[in-house]
Design a protein around this ligand. Sequence first.
Ligand code: C5P
Length: 321
Amino acid sequence: MTADRRDRRPLSGLEAAVTVRVPAKINLSLSVGELDELESYHDLDTVFHAVDVYDEVTVRRASSWSVSTPGYDEIPAGPDNLALAAAQRLHQHLSNLGGDHDCGPVTIEIAKQIPVAGGMAGGSADAAATLVACNQLWDAGLDKQELSEVAAQIGSDVPFALLGGTAVGAGRGDELSPVLTRMALHWVLALAEVGLSTPVVFAELDRLRALGRPVRSAGVDRMVTALRSGDVNEVADALDNDLQAAAISLHPELRRTVRAGTAGGALGAIVSGSGPTVALLCADAAHAGHVAAHMAGTGTCRAVRIATGPVPGARVLNGAG
Ligand code: C5P
């Protein structure tokens, strides 16, 4: 039996559980435009890239809604948790559709590997994984497009965590077009001591621009061309992130991390999304090993991880009755 057919097995009973694995992302290029008319979101032009750093999210039927992330007391366990919000949003969506879905409360358990508040969309990834898991647990049968529409209501990065791979994101970042590339990219991730809040970093960029700082990247076309060329040096040259200046302004130590990466031989260095994780692009797996060893000795980061992308988005690992 293939994994897919096993995954479609209907589930029932209090013990039923579904586990979904979901990747982190790096923005290879991130161009931040104007605030929208409600002044709540910026127009984005970005290239998302999913890497093999994964969270695993398990949902089980329960008598009341709950979420936990063992080992991470700082992650909210209430309605502020994006995974719980995702489960309840999908529940509401299915109720609105009518039908006889057995979509009662669930308990969600998150096994975390994606850095928390690290600019790698860990919270959004957990929300995406929860949507995929509940869709299966409840046998709701929503297709990818419908799940993506629910995902966009939860956060700008959630639809990409469903899709994975490498993709251009427009609008808030939720309007996705896959970039077809055979290139595997090898990364060293330099993890910071403290996290950064995404809205705070966007607000800092607005503040810098209001002061006249010309923080404006060239847009995503250069990166898409570089990815299609298959030349990792071109990709390194095209790495670009408008939020980097804002993240460094809030967390000046990041400048040292970026410099340590390039001094250690990385082909390119970029703050991932709103930071503070710094992503260092390497030529191949052996090169990544060398750069990781160098970074570990510099004292400019809390920890280093080696990662490779692109990888697929949220996928069911098992459905156990
Ligand atoms: O969509 P998400 O909930 O991840 O966004 C978190 C915050 O980041 C938003 O409330 C907003 O302040 C900021 N943001 C933005 N423009 C975007 C995406 C996020 O200003 N396109």
